[in-house]
Write a protein that binds this ligand. Structure first.
Ligand code: UDX
Length: 434
């Protein structure tokens, strides 16, 4: 079966490489020439563990190619996965202009039956629009189907998520499209759920919003723990032992970031409102998330009182570990706030510093990026842990303490056991526990 994948961003690239690895003949395409040139040479433009090796392997095998010629790529395909961006607009809704553009291109190149599969996260009812646009712009009466196959990849573990998925959701309205998609995912037959298209579209938004709500819920409880003698880690453990709840996504901290949760929860709230459904539960979860950074800064101020001209070390800039992605990362808001207060910042991240430099360029005077945690803490009045990278778990505490002006740690991700850090002579504050 000939498959093309339109868009070689995070989702598109993993999808193209993953489908090729399942044994399909795949062509990836993108309108950005530079990206296609790099990827064709086996150079992955993002940091995603395992992706580099899998890309090289499948390029070599010859069943994966990349082309900038979108017309040819569409014409040659039987199944087209649409993986272009749906960024957030100011009102919280998703900007669907790239999906519309691709739909028109598919219409123009509709030379034989094709299944157009939405892979990007889209509002429920998008397929209806894709169908309408293709029907309006096609020049022949060649038949086509639209389907929804939402993506559930997590950044940092996208390759293993693709190769070992919990579930494959296939939303279709014809047997022909269903059979083709079931064939594509034949190796995961036991994990396929077939629904209608609206249901498949909604499963993605509803799942992400639910997980985001779960995080905001435990963060709300962590605030309550801080006003009592309760410990949020044990509350989460106790809750998680109930199989109906589960321990995952009950990690209290600085809240959710990334390219999905913040965007999807707002988009779903917006969709509900447009359809006349009250979505206040989602809005509240989003509000709790937005307040996490303020609560964290308050903790810092409680230690240092005035932040002006204090030196603050920050470890971890990406929105979560194992990625260089800084989209909607809490670190961005924290850096902005600390600069506004007049602090000096020393920042370190294993992978995300380059990306952060495009948001906050280095300034000799106020903000510098360093090469390791020990340089970051040089003369620092406080050390903030923002992302729980593994390499922070085995630091040489003696050196850290020696390098700091004041041995104060505020851990935004509950990486350490309080007693372990305190016994080394640090003042230690974390989230929802003493
Ligand atoms: C998410 C979904 O998990 C994935 O299925 C979907 O396809 C895309 O969106 P991703 O954004 O890569 O994936 O990261 P994820 O691991 O889900 O974490 C999202 C955010 O929640 C991160 O900022 C993370 O730090 C935060 N988080 C996660 C918590 O604060 N607490 C938790 O317990 C779990």
């Amino acid at each position: 079966m000939k498959i093309s994948v339109i868009g070689t961003g995070y989702v598109g690239l993993v999808t193209a490489v993953g489908l090729a690895d399942l044994g399909h003949q795949v062509v990836g395409t993108d309108k950005i020439k530079d990206k296609i040139d790099r990827i064709s040479l086996g150079d992955v433009p993002i940091y995603e563990p395992g992706l580099d090796a899998l890309l090289k392997k499948n390029l070599k095998k010859g069943n994966l190619t990349f082309s900038q010629n979108m017309d040819d790529t569409i014409q040659a395909a039987e199944v087209i996965f649409v993986c272009v961006g749906t960024p957030q607009k100011e009102d919280g809704s998703a900007d669907m202009s790239q999906i519309e553009e691709v739909s028109r291109m598919i219409a123009k190149n509709l030379n034989s039956y094709k299944v157009v599969v939405e892979k990007s996260t889209v509002p429920v009812k998008t397929s209806m629009w894709i169908k309408r646009i293709i029907s309006l712009y096609r020049k022949t009466d060649v038949d086509f189907d639209v389907a929804s196959n939402p993506e559930f990849l997590r950044e940092g573990s996208a390759v293993s998520d693709f190769l070992n998925p919990d579930r494959i959701i296939i939303g279709v309205e014809s047997d022909r499209a269903r059979d083709l998609l079931v064939e594509i995912y034949g190796s995961f037959k036991d994990r396929i759920l077939i629904t209608n298209i609206d249901t498949a579209e909604l499963i993605k938004h509803a799942s992400n919003s639910f997980l985001a709500m779960k995080i905001s819920y435990i963060n709300m409880i962590s605030d309550l723990c801080e006003k009592t003698e309760a410990d949020v880690e044990l509350v989460a453990e106790g809750m998680g032992l109930d199989k109906r709840i589960g321990r995952q996504f009950l990690r209290a901290g600085l809240g959710y970031g990334g390219s999905c949760f913040p965007k999807d929860i707002k988009a779903l709230a917006r969709i509900g409102e447009e359809l006349g459904v009250t979505m206040s539960l989602l809005k509240e979860a989003d509000k709790i998330n937005a307040a996490r950074v303020e609560t964290f800064i308050k903790k810092l101020k409680k230690c240092l009182w005035i932040l002006k001209d204090k030196t603050i070390a920050m470890l971890g800039l990406s929105f979560k570990p194992e990625t260089d992605d800084i989209r909607e990362a809490p670190s961005i808001k924290i850096i902005a706030k600390l600069l506004e207060e007049g602090a000096f910042l020393r920042l370190y991240d294993p992978k995300a510093s380059e990306n952060m430099k495009s948001v906050f360029p280095e300034s000799e005077n106020r903000l510098i990026y360093v090469d390791n945690p020990y340089q970051a803490v040089g003369n620092a009045n406080a050390l903030l842990f923002i992302t729980e990278w593994d390499e922070f778990k085995n630091l040489d505490w003696e050196t850290i303490k020696k390098n700091m002006a004041n041995p104060i740690i505020i851990d935004g991700r509950n990486i350490f056991l309080p007693e372990d850090v305190r016994k080394r002579g640090f003042e230690y504050y974390s989230i929802g526990r003493r």
